[in-house]
Design a protein around this ligand. Structure first.
Ligand SMILES: [Mg+2]
Length: 267
């Protein structure tokens, strides 16, 4: 894997005659990871960069998150940006409003899982269940290390019958388990949908997609954009399907600054 900042000077050549479609994960990519998801915010510098990128006519920006759309919009608060929430199940932006169709019985399944988890986890300090409408997250970042195996067992016990009946889908992220509707829709599918839409609206200019992400759920997007765009993993080299890597959210801010610079020079 190559470091993304090391190849930035080649961007001008790659981008000639094209526009950029910038897809950015939120937690761990734009905002540093924190113990409580409620405390994850953008730095002033990153927010300023995003505002300027969104304003630039050569660049389109989408924030792609596992958070629910309301939450992510409240945290970013920038107009002209596309917001992709719940790993692609909800998409909102200028002239875009999309919500994935799910089985009518799914909400009841989700709420019974939530209730059961809350009951079983009431004695485990630091574990908490977040209701995100279309999905559910069990966060265990604040759980004492010795209790983590218990949390995992409780989770698997709770979801196993629903999983066996194809009533839900389960995915693990960084110190979090997610329960989702049983449909084949993820961050990768959502960004391909957005790209196709963009290409249709603007036939004259090709959009080059960039995707920045740090977690297992971003791997779907990295795979979807293989050979089609520029993929950047935030973390250590070699742990991802992405082509490039950056070490931290600070380096992501530096990369965004470079991209903004190049966007401003495209004719
Ligand atoms: Mg993330």
């Amino acid at each position: 894997m190559k470091h993304f900042l090391a190849i930035c000077d080649k961007l001008k050549k790659v981008l000639a005659g094209k526009t950029i479609f910038l897809f950015l994960d939120y937690d761990g990519t734009l905002a540093p990871l924190v113990d409580r998801p409620g405390r994850a915010f953008l730095t002033k510098k990153t927010k300023r960069l995003l505002i300027n990128l969104a304003k630039n006519r050569n660049c389109k920006v989408a924030i792609v998150s596992g958070r629910r759309i309301k939450d992510i919009k409240k945290r970013v608060r920038i107009k002209k940006i596309i917001y992709v929430g719940n790993h692609g199940l909800e998409i909102y932006g200028p002239k875009i409003k999309f919500e994935a169709k799910i089985h009518p019985k799914f909400p009841a399944t989700l709420s019974s899982i939530k209730e059961e988890l809350n009951k079983k986890l009431s004695k485990v300090d630091g574990a908490f269940v977040e209701d995100k409408g279309l999905t559910l997250s069990l966060h265990y970042r604040c759980v004492n290390e010795r209790d983590i195996p218990d949390v995992k067992t409780i989770f698997h016990e709770t979801v196993s019958t629903h999983l066996a009946g194809d009533k839900i889908k389960v995915k693990a992220g960084k110190m979090v388990f997610e329960v989702r509707p049983p449909i084949t829709w993820d961050k990768g599918k959502a960004i391909l949908w957005l790209l196709a839409r963009q290409q249709f609206a603007n036939k004259n200019r090709k959009a080059l997609p960039f995707y920045f992400g740090d977690d297992t759920t971003d791997e779907d997007a990295f795979r979807a954009l293989r050979k089609r765009g520029i993929t950047v993993f935030v973390g250590s080299s070699g742990e991802s399907h992405a082509e490039y890597y950056l070490k931290s959210t600070q380096e992501v801010a530096r990369a965004l600054k470079q991209i903004l610079k190049y966007c401003s020079t495209i004719e």
